[in-house]
Design a protein around this ligand. Structure first.
Ligand code: NAP
Length: 247
């Protein structure tokens, strides 16, 4: 009952694949109206059509990049008013510290930090009381993952920021939270670990207490909890199969 989202509108930037699509699917199943955005128009259209078939309601879609603040602001204004903003859409390439330079380090922050950060800022005035923002970070803030120095920095910054943000959101009758996943089998891994995806998944599965990697749906379920439970705010919800419990 508490998980129903009937009459609520959920926007997902990054809603055409992976955890964002899984969140949109669950939101559709639980009665929400949806608007999704992502960069690739073909994949976006296919996802929106599948969500319409699943939920039996029209799904708005917009091709945009989260780094394009003006385009995101237009999308938010055009879809207003809405209740929840879910922000899994961003791109951070795995790079060793020695491979970083000013351009690729800033590019990562533009995508995964500033994109969601300003999207939340611009969304506040369009959101109905009782609504929430869900950011996505990752376990690399708390566990060393080789090649994710910059990702760890971004995750840590957002994890820290959401606690302060929650205080100001509360004044507007809104909440904000973070989902911090460990390794999850999504299309992201096909792109960034194309050459060694199977080995990476197997190695992580062997290490984790739950003996497997996560699914997009499990992260979607976490997003549903954060949207539907009005008593959770300023939380970093780790969805990591016990990754942080490892010595
Ligand atoms: N999968 C993991 O193991 C893992 C682990 C820790 C943290 N995370 C984090 O969890 C979040 C979701 O990851 P995922 O694995 O579900 O990713 P995914 O499978 O690659 O899906 C990402 C979604 O966001 C969209 N997107 C990507 N970059 C975008 C951009 N710059 N602007 C707008 N939309 C964008 C993608 O569509 P387009 O490409 O068409 O734009 C797609 O709809 C990300 O923040 C990721 O860093 C993932």
């Amino acid at each position: 009952m508490g998980f129903r989202l009937d009459g609520r509108k959920v926007l997902v930037i990054g809603g055409s694949a992976g955890m964002g699509l899984a969140t949109a699917e669950l939101a559709a199943d639980h009665g929400a109206d949806l608007a999704i955005a992502a960069r690739n128009p073909g994949r976006l259209e296919a996802a929106a059509k599948a969500l319409e078939a699943r939920g039996g309601r029209p799904v708005a879609r917009r091709a945009l990049a989260v780094e394009d603040r003006a385009a995101v602001a237009r999308f938010l204004a055009d879809e207003a008013p809405f209740d929840h903003l879910v922000l899994p859409g961003s791109t951070v390439k795995p790079l060793l510290y020695s491979e970083l330079d000013d351009a690729n380090a800033r590019e990562a922050f533009e995508s995964k930090f500033w994109g969601p950060f300003w999207a939340a800022w611009d969304a506040r005035r369009h959101m109905r009381k009782g609504g929430s923002v869900v950011f996505f970070t990752g376990v690399a803030a708390e566990r060393t993952v080789k090649g994710y120095v910059i990702g760890g920095c971004i995750n840590g910054a957002l994890n820290a920021g959401v606690r302060s943000l929650a205080l100001e959101f509360e004044e507007l009758g809104l909440r904000c939270n973070v989902i911090a996943p460990s390794l999850v089998d999504t299309p992201l891994l096909d792109a960034v670990h194309a050459h060694d995806k199977a080995e990476r998944l197997a190695a992580m599965a062997a290490r984790l207490p739950v003996r497997r990697v996560g699914t997009a749906e499990e992260c979607g379920m976490a997003a549903m909890l954060l949207m539907a439970n009005g008593f959770i705010s300023g939380e970093v919800l780790t969805v990591d199969g016990g990754h942080r419990a490892l010595p």
